[in-house]
Design a protein around this ligand. Structure first.
Ligand code: ZN
Length: 134
């Protein structure tokens, strides 16, 4: 892992333990590196209504925006306790698309540090972005 990825991994692992996941049992942590160098992390927060559930990636991104970070994501890291690292879901890919560009990296990892890295266009080609509304 590169140094930045290690920082994101550490931040995501710290909050992964706090996930509220009584329904799926899947504890997920995520961390995003914004272009101003700040890192924000989040865990999944499930809800009895199911539809009210928010994934770790979106919690981290919403925290970044609400805390006033620059609105450009450089890297995203997702950590799960699964053997095969989980990628962001479709909802999260769409939210990442709002703040990503073709260079944004997405790291999927498990707790043992097994990881796979993608560029954002690799995992979400032809994304609908703010550019479509210009
Ligand atoms: Zn998601």
């Amino acid at each position: 892992m590169k140094e930045t990825q290690k920082k994101l991994f550490k931040a995501a692992c710290e909050v992964q333990k706090r996930a509220h996941a009584p329904y799926s049992g899947a504890l997920i942590g995520a961390a995003v590196l914004m272009s101003d160098g700040k890192i924000f992390s989040g865990c999944n927060v499930e809800n009895a209504s199911y539809g009210g559930t928010v994934c770790a990636e979106r919690v981290a991104i919403f925290k970044a925006v609400s805390e006033g970070a620059t609105k450009k994501i450089v890297e995203v890291l997702v950590v799960s306790d699964a053997e095969k690292p989980w990628p962001p879901c479709g909802f999260c890919r769409q939210v990442i698309a709002e703040f990503a560009d073709e260079k944004t990296l997405v790291h999927t990892t498990n707790l043992q540090g097994k990881s796979k890295t993608f560029t954002f266009p690799e995992i979400f080609p032809e994304a609908f972005t703010p550019k479509h509304l210009d």
